[in-house]
Unconditional design. Sequence first.
Lengths: 377, 373
Amino acid sequence: MPARERDFTAPTVQLLTPEGELRATPEAEAYLPLVEALDDATLQRFYRDMTVSRRLDVAGANLQRQGQLALWVPSLGQEAAQVGSAHAARPQDHIFPSYREHIVGMIRGLDPVRILSLLRGVTLGGWNPEENGNFHLYTLVLASQTLHSTGYAMGLQFDGATATGDPDVDQAVLVYYGDGSTSQGDANEALVFASSYQTPQVFFIQNNQWAISVPVSRQSRSPLSLRGGGFGMPGIRIDGNDVLVSYAVTRRALEEARAGDGPSLIEALTYRMGAHTTADDPTKYRTDAEVEYWQQRDPISRYRTWLGGKGASAAFFDEVDEEASDIAADVRRRALEIAVPTREKMFAHVYSEPHPLMAEQAAWLDAFENSFDGDAE
Amino acid sequence: MSARIDEEVRVTDVANGASGLDTPSATRPAEAPAAAAPPVDSPAPAVRGVQTLSMAKAINAGLREALLGDDKVLLMGEDIGPLGGVFRVTEGLSAEFGDKRVLDTPLAESGIVGTAIGLAMRGYRPVIEIQFDGFIFPAFDQITTQLSRQTLRHDGTLSMPIVIRVPYGGHIGSIEHHQESPEAYFAHTPGLRVVSPSSPHDAYWMIQEAIASNDPVLFFEPKSRYWPKGPVDLDHSGLPLHASRVVRQGTDVTLVGHGAMVATLLQAADIAAEEGRSVEVVDLRSLSPIDYGPLLDSVNRTGRLVVAQEAYGNVSIGSEIAATVAERAFYSLEAPVLRVSGFDTPFPPAALETEYLPSPDRVLEAVDRSLAY
């Protein structure tokens, strides 16, 4: 009996080569007009945001090593996937992050110190999405947010807040998760619900090749983008280290979602250049050669080459470096000033409505702590 | 299935405000037409009076009121549309309100709860039906790590008005995973509220109050009590959602339970009365938070307490009640608080369920032990 065909492949859509040349792959040609429509300021903004993200990673890791953060979650190497897709969303769209999308939050107007307050251990949330560019809270239980995003998108449909034909009003949802999360039941149930209800939604998988120490080959034997088709929605694999294709493909997918054409799935091939978190040690499970391979495909250097070729000046790059350093220094300074919450915060918002246990226990703790006041000196 | 309990006793107690907590609910949707009354466009009568309904019909009527009263209320679940749910609790609602208000979802419990959270973020008030008690666990993660904590994470700027209806408990002779009592898992979880009605009247009002609550509520429906009929006062709730209530007054010993167990306790009290013992029965109604006031008042009078539940006894609602009553009524107690529970085994094959489930006789055995001190 002949072996069955087991060739699962998907083309990788790319606009910008690792060498920094704009040379669309065949599948990418349709996206070129979206990039050609971008003005210089926007193109420069992409570079700035990627640089800020990388600089913030250094600051965050340092703060953690100095005992100022419980944990830092780096995005090193994933800047293009995040920055391109984030700029594809419109202000009215809703974004459901995982917990690594710091620059996405900043692009939506979130003060990164809010994220640091979560990682510093002073809050379980940190911001109100409605006041921060519809950038929802981080979710630490993997893939839980995929279902929340799908439910939100169902609500947009029920409200008639999408597919009206007015792109300035129509809303869509963009949800981020990772290659490890694709194995979670919730990620798969979200695809089922999204397809069933034809939600206005884009699933954006950052395939950074590693779920802490386990390679993506343990999660899937076929390209993750192929999973879209299995659930009844388009799936597309992109070079996630190409900020232009990340922008253009996400832009198109969100436009289709807003227009009522249903959900789609994007797999962005990228690489986690650093550790999973500051608690991780990647030298124990991956090779220098692999890291070297991905260094050759760095998202920022290729984009810098291309921007330089288009005429961006050395002064521009210097200015961005300085601005990124200033932002990182400012974030660091303010992170050290984050106040410790008062103990009432433990009880205050467990419920929306009064609850006898919260009242009793808050009062008891107050009385207990106050009983030591005389001994404090 | 048994309809022996005297429903009249409880509704009389409601009318009399037996527990002293007869505050009408402030939260029920106003001006909704009578539940079982005819078409939507007929004028709503000022006084709707008392109807005799089964608990299943009473919940159906309560859901209908909630759907009429607030267009953000949605029903979600498996087979709840044209079929009306496997217990027919949502019968007719899909036809009346359409498939945008009554959603037959894909068959995935975590997906149902997870998408309901997203819908609540968008301002909806989803009411979920979990088909059977033993099938809630695929959603356990979304309920305990997400639903229960969203309000806290959002510093109170986001409410989670989601109701999860769970038909639960034994006495129906069904197969594995269809007769369980998992309420303690949820009562143990901060951020959730957990209630369980024991009568059609309470079911009618409590489902509406749960839907009106801005917190997530696990609504445990004792499925063995779905079909016995009882009076439902359509004009007066009688009690707030989280109040417990004395449903039978007595002087010698207090029995406390919730859901279907209340019927068993009332049967036990009848038998005890024939033997010359006066037994008080307290219906908890709310399992989180627990309203200890009426229970402690009762124990302070009788000096003896037996807690009964279908659920496993180990680390259970009954354990919590025993500990709390021992702390707060220590000097009133004439005997240790005794528990009558399901055994600490998985719910057995239905052929053994009558031995597994606390019966009036097992409750009376505990009453005898209590009175022996």
